[in-house]
Design a protein around this ligand. Sequence first.
Ligand code: NAD
Ligand code: MG
Length: 395
Amino acid sequence: MQSLTVLGSTGSIGKSTLDVVSRQQDKFNVFALTANRNLDLLVEQASSCNPKYIVAANKEDYASLADKSRTAGLNCEVLTGEDALVDVAQATEVHQVMAAIVGAAGLLPTLAAAKAGKRVLLANKEALVMSGQLLIDTVNQSGAELLPIDSEHNAIFQCLPEKFSYGQLQKSGISKILLTGSGGPFLSNTIDSLYDVTVEQACAHPNWSMGRKISVDSATMMNKGLEFIEACRLFGVSSQQIDVVIHPQSVIHSMVQYNDGSVLAQLGNPDMRTPIAHGLAFPERIESGVKPLDFSTICDFTFQLPDYEKFPNLKLAIQACDSGEAATTSLNAANEVAVDAFLNEQIKYTDISLINDFVLQQANIEALDSLDMILACDAKARQLASSKVSELSQC
Ligand code: NAD
Ligand code: MG
């Protein structure tokens, strides 16, 4: 029996994780669930999976969560605050941690799980983009396992040779990693039409149902940019070894191209329960609830190159990836601030890449050797991005 902490259980990935776990009750039990604001859903989830702990990220929510928990007749312990997120991620009883908090807020508990030698199921790509080598080094030092849940990286992981060692593409006979992306809801829009897009349009992804921040990232293609950086870090490869391929149907989740001309791809319906089940059970395979692909109904299977002019964020991310960790940390922080401002209707969709560009141009090229340096770099970029948001929101 594997004991699981789900960081961010009330989000899109968290809910899909609990769905998979509910189908596999002989294999997994839930140790802790965590949430930011949606305390009602947290309590509802706890009623059906009976964890030992439920955690709200904000300390001021203690009384409210304790009250809701009592009313629902739960017999789990209520904890609150950032320290509690770290505690349930590193607890001795836990085997696996689903890192599904969105954004930089997930970094500390994810690092704690890695340091404590857990199997870390990494959905929270921002944690890896901002922490860079630190998370990878922490995993290597503690003997933790880092398994990619992002569908593209999970696909790449499935297509790599079993004995692939970090960074050894050539030795494994691999010529390229082909990172696929749907192109998001604005793939066919003209550049001019992007100026006026609404939050609702940006959040309406054609193939995937996701949280709001990643939905906007998909619409600006920053998601593909963050995934580009994520792939470099997870597999130890350089930016020259990855090509982005637009595949609007989201049936191929990514590919690995070998020197002999073979290309291995992982296919499936666009449903995150597949990579989640893969990570939870690895190296075994379990039932995830995802319908099998029906090739009699798949009409088109198309590919195109990314349009960097229409989606400048993708270019910025590749540039940041080549510049180093201060650049990737700064870009991630700027983007979180900009997306939040867009979701709150303070700025326009097209301002997001302006803010990201502005902050990235001012990023240092220094190496970030410690957690303190990473957090300082993140804070500085957030400040710069916020000042640009204020300026643009007055236009
Ligand atoms: P979501 O917004 O639906 O859920 C986010 C979760 O994080 C919620 O449980 C929320 O309560 C929690 N949270 C938010 N802010 C927090 C804070 N400050 N402190 C503690 N908890 C906080 O997001 P999602 O779509 O589930 O995505 C989660 C992560 O997984 C993101 O990093 C995203 O990029 C990644 N991811 C998501 C998908 C997807 O299909 N949804 C696919 C690949 C990767
Ligand atoms: Mg993805």
